[in-house]
Design a protein around this ligand. Structure first.
Ligand code: UTP
Length: 310
């Protein structure tokens, strides 16, 4: 059985076929996963995270209007030659390292029928092994070790592992929500490992089992593919990964959660995207000092909430 902890996950799947409607009109022509967070596309951070966690083989599930993603991970000989001629070693290194992070493969989803349907397109690539799923618009700070921790939990317990964040009851209707057994196990970095007993996609606030929301990291048992093949469209008419995980739980397969306490940005959401850009730029050695000085001045001149800027 592949659910035992004997075979560690080695492959990562990154679904990037969604329509990105929250970021229109920018996403009419540019995939939201390529919007720059400072000077790198959001997606580059995510591939780097997979490689850091020991998952060098990456499959991207793409769709229409996402050709630029394939171009980004392709090598660029003309650009490299031009930078070489100029002797611009720093930029040459930046260009090369963006393509050398991992071995990136692509498969098409065809029609955006939901996250569960996107994950199902990875069945042939994954085979009969546990694998990680990283959402292409969910950025976890590089200083936090969420995915490593999830892989360790999967290796220990088998089954599947999902990332959870306490978003408060007032926000839970925007996420997949989970019920968990009381009493979790403390884990690294202040995180906690819990046993999941039920999942529901975007429940009304008064029906949510808890304020723990599913965020964009999963380590899944390959059993998920058989379940996804039989999963009917759910919330929003989409084939929901949350519904397939709920079926696994109902069948008695272990599903654990790592309750994350670190820094996470939903770069598909405009406000969160802005926060990610400002925070990551403010912490960089090259841009940080000047940006922090400007931010202090800017904030001190801001009118109180409710008043309009001058
Ligand atoms: P989202 O719901 O955040 O993506 O899906 P979306 O549909 O692109 O965004 P909005 O709400 O319209 O702005 C989470 C992840 O799943 C992928 C998305 O690309 C995103 O990374 N996804 C979603 C697919 O790959 N295929 C789908 O059919 C749906």
């Amino acid at each position: 059985m592949s659910t035992s902890g004997a075979r560690p996950a080695r492959k990562a799947v990154i679904p990037v076929a969604g329509m990105g409607t929250r970021f229109l009109p920018a996403t009419k022509a540019v995939p939201k996963e390529l919007l720059p967070v400072v000077d790198r596309p959001a997606l580059q951070y995510i591939v780097e995270e997979a490689a850091r966690a020991g998952l060098p083989e990456v499959l991207m599930v793409t769709g229409r209007n996402k050709g630029a993603i394939e171009d980004f991970f392709d090598s660029t000989p003309e650009l490299e030659t031009a930078l070489e001629k100029k002797g611009d070693a720093a930029r040459l290194d930046a260009v090369r390292s963006s393509t050398d992070i991992a071995q990136v493969h692509f498969v098409r989803q065809g029609e955006a029928k939901g996250l569960g349907h996107a994950v199902l397109q990875a069945a042939a690539f994954v085979g009969d092994e546990p694998f990680a799923v990283l959402l292409g618009d969910d950025l976890i700070d590089a200083r936090d070790h969420l995915l490593e921790q999830m892989l360790a939990v999967q290796a220990e317990h088998g089954g599947s592992v999902i990332a959870l964040l306490d978003v408060g009851m007032e926000n839970i209707d925007k996420y997949g929500a989970v019920a968990v057994e009381p009493g979790g196990q403390p884990a690294l970095d202040g995180d906690e490992v819990v046993t999941v007993t039920g999942l529901v996609e975007k429940p009304p606030v008064d029906e949510a089992p808890s304020s723990l929301a599913i965020i964009g990291r999963y380590v899944l048992s390959p059993q998920i593919f058989d379940v996804l093949r039989e999963t009917e469209p759910g919330r929003g008419g989409e084939i929901q990964l949350t519904d397939a995980l709920a079926t696994l739980v109902a069948r008695g397969e272990p599903v654990h959660g790592v309750v994350f306490s670190g820094r996470r940005y939903d770069t598909g959401d405009k406000l969160d995207y802005l926060k990610a850009v400002i925070r990551l730029a403010a912490e960089r050695d090259d841009l940080g000092p000047a940006l922090r000085t400007w931010l202090h001045e800017f904030v001190s001149e801001l009118p109180a909430e409710g008043a309009s800027p001058a």
